[in-house]
Design a protein around this ligand. Structure first.
Ligand code: SF4
Length: 230
């Protein structure tokens, strides 16, 4: 399927899939684009999608970006989920180690230039892995941030050059947690310690009562996204 054909198909399906369940969207996505992958960050939304994928299409590749800077709880969550489902996550790592980064850019690049740090440890690895696929699935939700408010359940991702599925785009945080509880899913224990959104340890703090759920990400800077989603 060439780009024009994909764009036409997506326009038609975006309307149809808006009322579909996440499982129906995943089923259509994997049937239409067998060369598809899911990007997992082990956050609450993503453990829901891992569970759905295991039920709908267990052979679909699931990768994560290992920045080397995740919380130990995040790595433990990865291992517990892998054990439960017998799932092998594809680890995608940056081209340079933290030590090489410190030597080239100085210690704590994340505090001096977080965009550069994310470009090295997230955006380049994501670009590399997505170049191997024709479609990807994400756990983004519209109400997470203004930058995500217009996300469609299926859209063409011009930044990375492939089709993008956001099966739970219209879910609320409550929907996510209801699914986690009803299905007894493993989740990152940091969520119980006021970390609604979890990224690298250096750039994530707990939020205070009444704060925006993403206020703990790159707190004190104007940065709100890694550069993975438009
Ligand atoms: S979230 Fe922070 S530590 Fe992680 S890659 Fe981005 S700037 Fe670096």
């Amino acid at each position: 399927m060439n780009l024009l054909e994909k764009e036409d198909l997506i326009k038609i399906k975006a309307e149809e899939l808006e009322g579909a369940t996440p499982e129906e969207i995943i089923a259509w996505a994997v049937a239409t684009f067998p060369n598809i992958t899911f990007a997992c960050s082990f956050g609450a939304e993503d453990v829901v999608l891992v569970d759905m994928l295991q039920k709908v299409s267990p052979s679909t590749d699931v990768f994560y970006l290992d920045t080397d800077y995740h919380f130990k709880e995040t790595y433990e969550t990865r291992d517990a989920i892998a054990d439960r489902y017998g799932l092998e996550f594809v680890r995608v790592s940056p081209q340079i180690t933290p030590e090489e980064q410190a030597a080239q850019y100085g210690e704590a690049l994340w505090s001096v230039d977080p965009n550069q740090c994310c470009a090295i440890r997230k955006v380049e690895p994501l670009t590399r892995i997505l170049s191997q696929y024709e479609a990807w699935i994400t756990g983004i939700r519209r109400d997470q941030a203004p930058t995500r408010a217009n996300s469609k359940k299926v859209e063409y991702d011009y930044k990375f050059g492939l089709v993008k599925f956001n099966p739970i785009a219209d879910w609320t945080s409550e929907d996510v947690w209801n699914y986690i509880r009803e299905n007894n899913l493993i989740y990152n224990p940091l969520h119980d310690r006021n970390f609604p959104s979890i990224g690298c340890e250096q750039c994530t703090r707990a939020v205070m009562p009444g704060e925006d759920p993403r206020a703990g990400r790159w707190s004190g800077s104007e940065k709100t996204e890694c550069g993975l989603h438009k």
